[in-house]
Design a protein around this ligand. Sequence first.
Ligand code: GDP
Ligand code: IMO
Ligand code: MG
Length: 436
Amino acid sequence: MSITVVVGAQWGDEGKGKLIDVFAGHADTIVRFQGGSNAGHTLVVQGKKTVLHLVPSGILHQDKTCVITSSVVIDIFGLLSELKKLKEAGINVTSNQLLISDRATVLLPYHKSLDQARELSLTSDDSKEKIGTTGKGIGPAYEDRAARTALIMSDLFDSDTLLAKLEHGLKEKNFLLKNLYHQPEINVSELHQQILSVIDLLKPFRHADTSLYLDQKRKEGKKILFEGAQGTLLDINHGTYPFVTSSSTLAGSGSISAGLGPQHFTKIIGVFKAYCTRVGNGPFPTELNNEIGAQLQAEGHEFGSTTGRVRRCGWLDLVALKYAIRLNGINSLAIMKLDVLSCLDEIEVCTAYKIGNEIIHEFPTDTESLKKVEPILEKFAGWKTDITKVISPIDLPKKALDYIHFIQKALDCPIDVISVGPDREQTLWVKPLYKD
Ligand code: GDP
Ligand code: IMO
Ligand code: MG
């Protein structure tokens, strides 16, 4: 049985959460494999909204198992408050429903303090260097992992190991907080006690070897669905560096994080919005700093699900999408928020970039060049019809279908799912895809 991976093909917030929730109805196991609570994945079921940060987006299907694998950074206090909120909303997550790898990295409050202090420490002179992170401690936690000083989940369950590791790790952090960022130092024994006080709440979700678990499920022929967070262009290696996140967001990293061979990952679904958004700083070739951008922002309710920040909006960028298809090996696409474009008289799509007098068709690997490109745009007539109640692709207005067919042809990749509203039900299957 092959494994399916769903990845964001733009700068995040493409609608991955919604799609995973829809697909999860047909899967057995849902896996979060990178990032942390910088993610904000929104699910809407019969008008009821749930926003998830660390908990995989299969959680509303209470008969499925959700797994968090080794490359995720786990804000343990954030996770517990997310689980508490879910419980208050009537979703009591049991130990059968959520398994967390012993190898995953622990993210603690001081990682957030460092993340926020670092961004705040940049003055207006160097504000262009500000990444505009979510402030969730993602960078500092991954730095610890790479420096081999991080706590991992298995360390939490032995009080002495925990204390020793905290003492070791905090020496350097306290120096930075005090001397560089002029922030209060962290008290090691207080933090130790704070962690011990929640250990019994975390224990039920501990699962030593999630690789073994997933491999067994795979051999049993169970359907495993991987949920990407962030987006391709925020990838640490291939994104618009340094304006990226600190993890590998690409489909291939699912294999590494889960500890499952890459040959099993054969269905790679790229999710993209019918236009484009970005939250945080960094180049955005098709950005619309005008009324149309504001209209897309308002109509699409483009506010960050994690930070509430306004998302920058622009036209769909086919150069960037083609790059995402290549990096991930995407063999199926899902177009989201098509309904948002119904407000426009005319829609534009970027088909190439111009840099000086040169026309380029590939996404530049150097961010300085990307900052300079101008989009070459093709115009389409808008359909100006409400499509949020359409239940089959053939009932979409011809102009909307023309738009989809153009994208599909230009990308040479099938669009198999069309989303026309935030609700689970507002999903049109062009091809059964994940249903069989
Ligand atoms: P994710 O991070 O990729 O899961 O995406 P977010 O949840 O951060 O942002 C997507 C937003 O668009 C959420 O508010 C969703 O409820 C909403 N959404 C998803 N699909 C559609 C759609 O087809 N139409 C509309 N209007 N909203 C959608
Ligand atoms: P989901 O999973 C959109 C952006 C931040 C910032 C950069 C680095 O909901 O699509 P970080 O806190 O990761 O160090 O911030 O990445 N970013 C996201 N943008 N969606 C996300 O997640 C994001 N997670 C991080 O805005 O520009
Ligand atoms: Mg999001």
